[in-house]
Ligand binder design. Sequence first.
Ligand code: SF4
Length: 327
Amino acid sequence: SEVGSGDVLVGLPTVPFRDEEVRVRLGPAYYAYLRVAEGCNHNCTFCAIPGFRGSFRSKGFDTIVEEARQLVARGAREINLIAEDTNQWGMDFGPDDERRLPELLRALSDIEDLKWIRLLYCYPSYFTEPLVEAIATLPKVVKYIDIPLQHASGPVLSRMQRPGPQHTENLLKKLRERIPELVLRTTFISGFPGETEQDHSATRAFARSLGFERGGAFAYSEEDGTPAAGFDDQIEPELRQRRREQLERGFQRRAEVWADRQVGRRLDILVDRMEGDVAIGRSYADAPDIDNVVKIPGAVVPFEPGMVVRCEIVEVDGLDLVGVVVE
Ligand code: SF4
């Protein structure tokens, strides 16, 4: 189909959910990904997802809780909630079912052997007061939010058809204020059509001022059928890459500073695997498969994957941390 500027192809709401067996078995048994919604109603001009995933619809409350129970029964100790826009979960239920993400997080928290619940892929809206409160106060919900922002310059965000920088800055400041020790992960796109040096600098400055502990950048690439692919001010691929590297270096520097600050701090570490007598785990600040690890040398029986142990961080090893067990 032909797609004009400002339009995006949206699939039928009946596009089925992806096969959960495939989705949830991606990781080792002690962490799992649980898809809570499918599709997206946003119209980001660079994104083809709504075209093939369909419009946004949430998985049912009881279905999710049951899937989580099964995952925990099979050994999962951490559940990573995923969707195109995870924090929008439940907003399509309407008045007949008023349960939203805070209620879901509470229900998941009641699963006895589940230790951590993590929110990945959040959209910079939908952080209602009850949701912020739930994240801040529920002990099993890790104080980590993954919120891909894509850019931070007003003109670019406007052409991307995404929320503006002031809205997002206010939101992130509020989240930091309300959730002590919050770790924020984001993702930026470099070299979106028409991006000027000033736009790029604005994104770097935004990242510095918000101090993301985790982050990544991708060079823009044209997706077939999206409005942005038809914009006539595409940026040279080399420049997209150069700007991506600059953004990545900024994230790297902030991650290093954050890691240094952890020395002396006590953190719960979820052990993912053993490498000889070194237990390899993660703190709340490390999402599986993408962030860093915490190494616990000299770990002997009864260490086993899936355990959570209290450690004091004694050293930094690159971006990884080294800890000793204190309890
Ligand atoms: S980038 Fe995310 S929010 Fe935007 S259209 Fe794609 S899936 Fe939806």
